[in-house]
Write a protein that binds this ligand. Structure first.
Ligand code: NAD
Length: 265
């Protein structure tokens, strides 16, 4: 099935962080279906291995690494391991992320450090160590999974919102620096996506508010959205594929909403 999709990435090599679950796994599998060799990195190494095994069973090529994107040595090892295995590195998807909900005046400082460390500093470290390989190959794609909360705010998510806005700014800076080398950098800003993380939040809110899961999605989570449904991980993965394609070589420094009409208001 490799190379069978709408975008041909045969001969390319990719790293996806947070590839053991949800959006990261969907992106890793979509890249592999398009022919790319994929290094699936995750803090959860058995989840990363499962993603790599799913890809291999589907006829693709993948390796798995245990990588905490906050740890510069582990990031360096992930990049070196991918280059050793595949002989090159063309695509980096900075996807690892997590949420913590609390008002600013009660926000635990260690949670602030964790969220900024994973989503902002982790994105910086993975990009820093990956870019030399893309620059050397005169072709590259950096895709940073921000969020609709990289464009607009919501209460009680200050660290997430600061990190995701930071990712958008970082993406623009990278885009300007590497444009001459055939490397593009773009951020993707999804609204709520159906992943294990969000399914858990829906169940919890339904319990707390005493309403159905459907009502949580429509009335609580998607109050600002035009289209009242969750996105699927594959919808995000398809945008990643498009931005990796050669026809997207003129798109850089953007923050693409995929937001069910959220920012139309
Ligand atoms: N699900 C949504 O509604 C949604 C919407 C917009 C943006 N996002 C973003 O998409 C990304 C993926 O979210 P998801 O919903 O698939 O979440 P998820 O919890 O299903 O997957 C996140 C993965 O990241 C890994 N991870 C966490 N900390 C890590 C670290 N320090 N180093 C390496 N890996 C780490 C986890 O082990 C997990 O496998 C996140 O950046 C999230 O903020 C999600």
């Amino acid at each position: 099935m490799s190379g069978s999709g709408p975008v041909d990435l045969r001969g390319r090599a990719a790293i996806v962080t947070g590839a053991g679950s949800g959006i990261g796994r969907a992106i890793a599998e979509a890249l592999a279906r398009s022919g790319a060799a994929v290094c699936a990195g995750d803090l959860n190494d058995s989840a990363a291995r499962e993603t790599a095994e799913r890809i291999e069973h589907g006829g693709g090529h993948a390796i798995a690494t245990h990588t905490d994107v906050r740890d510069r040595d582990q990031v360096r090892q992930m990049v070196e391991g991918a280059v050793r295995a595949f002989g090159r590195l063309d695509i980096l998807v900075n996807n690892a992320g997590l949420q913590h909900i609390a008002p600013v005046h009660e926000f635990p400082e260690e949670k602030w450090d964790l969220l900024i460390g994973v989503m902002l500093t982790g994105t910086f470290l993975c990009t820093k160590y990956s870019l030399p390989h893309m620059i050397a190959g005169r072709w590259g794609r950096v895709l940073n999974i921000s969020s609709i909360h990289g464009l607009v705010a919501a209460p009680f998510k200050s660290a997430y919102i600061a990190a995701k806005h930071g990712i958008v700014g970082f993406t623009r800076a990278v885009a300007l620096e590497v444009a001459d080398y055939g490397v593009t950098a773009n951020a993707i800003c999804p609204a709520y996506v159906r992943t294990p993380l969000v399914e858990g939040q829906i169940a919890e809110q339904a319990r707390v508010h005493g309403i159905s899961k459907q009502q949580v999605v429509e009335k609580v989570m998607l109050a600002s959205a035009a289209i009242k449904r969750l996105l699927e991980p594959d919808e995000v993965a398809m945008l990643v594929l498009y931005l990796c394609s050669d026809v997207a070589s003129g798109i850089t420094g953007t923050a693409y909403p995929i937001d069910v009409g959220w920012t139309a208001r």
